[in-house]
Write a protein that binds this ligand. Structure first.
Ligand code: PEP
Ligand code: MG
Length: 609
């Protein structure tokens, strides 16, 4: 038996056979000697012919009109003479390998399309990406295994997974039924959720979006294993303990027996935490807060009531874009309306897209950004593409007639960005009015506080915001300058670092001074070990993965705000995060001794020690 230790990314136990999943190769780039250039162009022509033939076959097999339409559009693009001309012209400029040239031409084309004011053209971006990938795969001779072909349950082992790949673990929605996602035209990933028991990654962090999505799907995960793809062979028996971050390869009989018992318990939880679902999140001395949910996909809205969510504090709308790359105003309207209707009058905070960084749209994924997390993402992305942004805003506005909608802007770093966003929102309102499209007139506007500069100017931002929501995932990494994917430094990323605590406190105080409420939607809000501290700091709303709500509620209902305030005061006067950790540990031992706290956001996990 071999044991690997990684980040306990998503709790839960799974026992199964390993399946090694290889990602797409990166497109190589090299110079072609001039005498070989005719042959390189011939490779391109050959690839185009083969891809065209492939698409014709796919059209014949298409099950729906929509599918047929997509393949037909792709065929037109593959055979488009203008596209061929652009590839040839670019090739003859630098004499770089043709796969690289195709990817560059496609990127240029996508960029132009995505910036277009014309919605139809913007929608074509996804087609360009699909077609160019298909050609590049053909050129590289890659026959990508589709996870859709998995026949049995597996423990998925990969170097890394893009959020868009994880999304495919659970294909949702009308298009899923219409087979678009079930057989993606680019031959990409699509997995039956029931087939993936757990995910093991060499890379990753607890707060990256692969982890956030797996948590929503309830699929256990251990990340940051560094060498899982090397240590584990296809088909070997694996036990995954997502709670401790341990992975057992070919476990001995005793370990297997122990985990089988635990697995049986996991399947039949002893305590029904959802029994609390209709009770308020109120301390023993009557401090009431709201517990709301984070969702990534519209379909989740229909499931969160079970956990007692009082609304949605963060709907990460970018996943809609990552899921299918094409989102007309009508398609967005449908998705947002579905969420709003499902919540039946409870508040729904739709965050405008936080694309870029690790959640880059394929059309812009090749942008050569050295520091994508500090680059063209979130509100910066939206403000630079006003037509795309206003399309989203109009869709949100129109969905607001079905319930209580709030709009939230991500990654605001200064007041000008917030003002520009508000200005575009006003334009979107005017455009709706012109078309006689109704929308609610009491939509609250929230600003995400996830950059230290936003905290420092929170008093200014508060004047133009109806609420704040603290994004600790980003706030922690930007405050402490920690890349959470880097195993050498990620232990520093703790919400209990004094600097982070002070920033949280400052944000909450600035909100209250301006008479607006302070929410938190980063992962820290759903961490039971942080609940007492956050209550004591004055947080009004906790937004988290819905499955975390019952335990946080249990804590809140069994403590007094006075004891939480005392904890917060002591933490704020501490001089090191170790001291804060001790305070928290002692506090829980004193007030909630029966609770077992496993929190790698606050304490060191087994895997990291
Ligand atoms: C955050 O940064 O804490 C947050 C909620 O935003 P995201 O995780 O989507 O970046
Ligand atoms: Mg964020």
């Amino acid at each position: 038996m071999e044991i690997l230790s990684g980040i306990a990314a998503v709790p839960g136990i799974a026992i199964g056979k390993a399946f090694l999943y290889a990602e797409d190769l990166e497109t190589p780039r090299y110079i072609i000697p001039q005498e070989q250039s005719p042959e390189e162009m011939k490779r391109f022509i050959r690839a185009v012919e083969e891809v065209a033939a492939e698409l014709r076959t796919l059209r014949e097999k298409a099950k729906t009109r929509e599918q047929d339409g997509i393949f037909a559009a792709h065929l037109l693009m593959v055979e488009d003479q203008d596209f061929h001309y652009k590839v040839k012209a670019r090739f003859e400029t630098n004499y770089e390998n043709i796969e690289w040239v195709v990817s560059e031409v496609a990127r240029e084309l996508s960029r132009k399309l995505i910036e277009s004011p014309n919605e139809y053209l913007r929608e074509r971006t996804a087609d360009v990406v699909d077609v160019s990938r298909r050609i590049i795969r053909n050129l590289l001779g890659i026959k990508r295994f589709s996870l859709a072909d998995l026949q049995e349950e597996v423990i998925l082992v990969a170097r890394d997974l893009l959020p868009s790949e994880v999304l495919a673990i659970r294909p949702f929605g009308p298009r899923a039924q219409g087979n678009y996602y079930n057989s993606p035209p680019e031959g990409g990933v699509c997995i039956n959720k029931d087939k993936v028991q757990a995910v093991l990654l060499d890379a990753g962090s607890r707060t990256n979006h692969a982890a956030i999505l797996l948590r929503s799907f309830g699929i256990p995960g251990v990340f940051g294993l560094s060498s899982a793809t090397q240590e584990i062979t296809n088909g070997s028996l694996i036990i995954v303990d997502g709670g401790t971050g341990q992975v057992f390869i070919e476990p001995d009989n005793e370990t297997a027996r122990r985990y089988k018992e635990q697995l049986a318990k996991q399947e039949q939880p002893a305590v029904n935490l959802s029994a609390l679902k209709d009770f308020p999140a109120e301390t023993t001395d009557s401090r009431r807060v709201s517990l709301v949910a984070n969702i990534e996909l519209p379909e989740e809205a229909e499931e969160i009531a079970h956990y007692g969510a009082e609304g949605i504090g963060l709907y990460r709308s970018e996943f809609l874009f990552l899921q299918n790359g094409r989102n007309s105003e009508e398609e967005q309207l449908e998705a947002y309306s579905r969420v709003v209707k499902a919540m039946n009058g409870k508040p729904v905070t739709i965050r405008t897209v936080d694309l870029g960084g690790e959640k880059a749209l394929p059309a812009i994924a090749n942008e050569n950004e050295k520091n994508p997390l500090m680059g063209w993402r979130a509100i910066r992305f939206s403000l630079s593409l006003p037509d795309l942004f206003k399309t989203q805003l109009r869709a949100i506005l129109r969905a607001s007639i079905h319930g209580k909608v709030q709009i939230m802007f991500p990654m605001i770093s200064n007041i000008e960005e917030l003002e520009q966003a508000l200005c575009l929102l006003e334009e979107a309102r005017t455009e709706c009015r012109k078309k006689n499209q109704d929308f609610a007139d009491d939509i609250k506007i929230g600003t995400m506080i996830e950059i230290p500069s936003a905290v420092m100017t929170a008093d200014i931002l508060a004047k133009k915001s109806d609420f704040f929501s603290i994004g600790t995932n980003d706030l922690i990494q930007y405050t402490l300058a920690v890349d959470q994917e880097n195993e050498r430094v990620r232990h520093l990323a703790k919400g209990t670092q004094i600097a982070v605590l002070r920033l949280i406190k400052q944000t909450i105080d600035a909100a209250h001074a301006a008479g607006i409420h302070a929410a938190m939607c980063g992962e820290m809000a759903g961490d039971p070990a942080a609940a007492a501290l956050l209550l004591g700091l004055g947080l009004d709303e906790f937004s988290m993965n819905a499955s975390a709500i019952p335990q946080v509620k249990y804590i809140i209902r069994n403590v007094s705000i006075e004891s939480c305030k005392a904890l917060a005061e002591a933490a704020l006067t501490s001089t090191s995060h170790k001291q804060v950790q001790e305070l928290i540990r002692d506090w829980y031992n004193k007030y909630l001794p029966s609770l077992t706290l496993a929190s790698d956001m606050i304490f060191e996990t087994q895997a990291q020690t």
